[in-house]
Design a protein around this ligand. Structure first.
Ligand SMILES: Nc1ncnc2c1ncn2[C@@H]1O[C@H](COP(=O)(O)OP(=O)(O)OP(=O)(O)O)[C@@H](O)[C@H]1O
Length: 489
């Protein structure tokens, strides 16, 4: 593991999207492999194993996770079972997944192996995966068909070795044209682009400061943009915080939230400098779905997060995708509905819910994975004052009663600030002030930054202070102002 001494210089380059590239490319490659397998002539019973060669090409090109590689191996196995001329083709169901997994292992750990600037992965995976997969296949065949040992050792195993060497030739021969084709169609990055796309798995990344989330020297440029929208952001979010992020439109609030969920850089791409640590783990070394178990986010356009027909189906959706046990899903639905006060709506269709109820449902969906941190981006923009108050009561309850840490981007500060213990003011992608609510509001007033957002009642108190009156604690809401004024009587 490589130690990083100056985290502000560490970059992560990533192109937007691309999560499903491995499916597109492996499907296409396996189709080519199947055709070649069916039509290629064999010389003295020897022919390259086209299926293995093509999935090695796909895995070298897309670097899938082990789970994805297993999927590729199983599809290859099914294709082989259906097209094999062998007496016992079912051994493929074990040998092909092993071949694909070994290929993924080599791609993950040996990507640094190069010869004159060319990756050696296609050659190595072609040989090793073929020998491993073929070796397993013939071993199964030997035992199932009860073949003599001499046939196995003197015939089958050497043949596997020869086909492995053949595949060490055909895999790179297919790899480079495939790379050129996919780059020219915009499906893959060029080799030059890949050189700057960072793989952070080689770095030893640990947060310097403690915190549930720790942002260290974060700067960020969106994909294909030139100007950074976040500039050297340092922020620590602690367990139990109720943090409000405020700033002018376009100051970078939403982008900051996206770094907390890992959507930046994994989904939006671009260039991120510095590091975000969630629960001690660097987000560049974690996937968005793993991060979703720690950080749940509700977008301003929360309706776009709804995908199912009924309330319980909606909450179950993300858990089912993660393969969670149905019994646990049922319990999670009950608990999430209870937390947001929608228990009686469990079987209701989404089209029969009000706007506020749909928003609560999105929150329930987020809560189902029990994340420590809840992030809300302009949650009240579509709510009336009553709905806004009800929303903040709910969030306050989740924060104080259930211990969820809350981060909210909000323009309507009056509603949020009475519940917040902390506020961050952001301007042109920089944090200008990070402190208690009253301190940040006073900073905004004194520096004339985003003054229009200061709650009227607090602005009134500040004006009175300028006139020489000193009226107790901060008037963060009308109720607090009335309380302080009553004390004066
Ligand atoms: N997907 C994107 N690609 C390129 N630039 C983007 C993208 N999303 C946002 N930006 C730019 O990044 C800057 C910060 O935007 P961001 O949405 O983070 O600000 P904001 O403070 O949340 O704004 P608002 O309060 O209006 O929602 C803006 O200049 C915006 O144009």
């Amino acid at each position: 593991m490589i130690q990083i001494h100056d985290i502000s210089k560490l970059e992560f380059h990533h192109r937007q999207g691309g999560q499903f590239r491995w499916i597109t490319i492996s499907t296409l490659m396996l189709a080519i492999g199947t055709i070649l397998h069916l039509v290629s002539p064999s010389v003295a019973g020897i022919t390259p194993n086209w299926t293995i060669a093509t999935y090695c090409v796909a895995i070298c090109l897309t670097k899938p996770t082990y789970r994805q590689a297993l999927g590729i191996g199983l599809v290859a196995a099914l294709v082989n079972v259906l097209t094999s001329k062998s007496g016992f083709p079912y051994g493929n169901l074990i040998s092909e997944p092993i071949g694909a997994l070994s290929c993924a292992f080599i791609v993950h750990y040996f990507s640094f192996l190069r010869f004159r600037g060319h990756s050696l992965l296609p050659v190595i995976t072609g040989i090793v995966s073929t020998c491993l997969s073929g070796g397993v296949f013939v071993t199964i065949l030997k035992f199932v068909m009860d073949l003599p040992m001499v046939v196995y050792t003197a015939g089958m195993l050497p043949l596997v070795g020869i086909i492995g060497l053949l595949n060490g030739i055909v895999t790179p021969v297919m790899y480079y044209p495939a790379l050129r084709l996919f780059v020219s169609r915009g499906v893959l990055d060029s080799l030059e682009e890949q050189m700057v796309i960072s793989d952070h798995s080689i770095f030893d990344l640990k947060p310097v400061r403690e915190g549930l989330i720790s942002l260290e020297h974060i700067s960020y440029i969106y994909n294909k943009q030139k100007t950074p929208v976040l500039n050297d952001i340092n922020l620590n979010i602690h367990k139990g915080d109720f943090l409000v992020i405020a700033g002018e439109s376009g100051s970078g609030k939403s982008s900051l939230c996206m770094t907390l969920t890992g959507a930046i850089p994994h989904y939006f791409g671009g260039v991120m400098k510095g590091m975000v640590y969630v629960d001690g783990k660097a987000t560049t070394q974690t996937t968005i779905s793993d991060l979703a178990c720690h950080v749940g986010m509700m977008l301003d356009d929360y309706d776009s997060q709804l995908v199912a027909m009924t309330v319980e189906e909606e909450i179950a959706f993300s858990l089912e995708n993660q393969g969670v046990n149905p019994k646990i899903i049922k319990e999670a639905i009950t608990s999430a509905l209870d937390k947001v006060g929608l228990t009686e709506y469990r079987t209701r269709e989404l089209s029969k819910l009000s706007g506020g109820q749909r928003q609560r449902l999105v929150i329930a969906g987020v809560l189902a994975t029990n994340p420590d941190i809840l992030v809300f981006d302009e949650p009240t923009s579509a709510l009336d004052p009553e709905g806004t108050n009800a929303f903040y009561q709910l969030i306050h309850n989740l924060n104080t009663r259930y211990g969820h840490t809350v981060v909210i981007v909000e323009h309507t500060l009056e509603a949020a600030l009475p519940y917040a213990n902390r506020m961050v003011l952001i301007d042109h992608g920089r944090i200008l002030c990070d402190s208690g609510v009253e301190t940040v509001l006073r900073y905004m007033y004194d520096t004339h930054i985003y003054v229009s957002a200061i709650p009227h009642v607090f602005a009134c108190q500040l004006k009175l202070e300028e006139m020489g009156y000193n009226i107790g604690k901060a008037w963060l809401s009308t109720e607090l102002a009335v309380q302080e004024l009553q004390k004066l009587q």
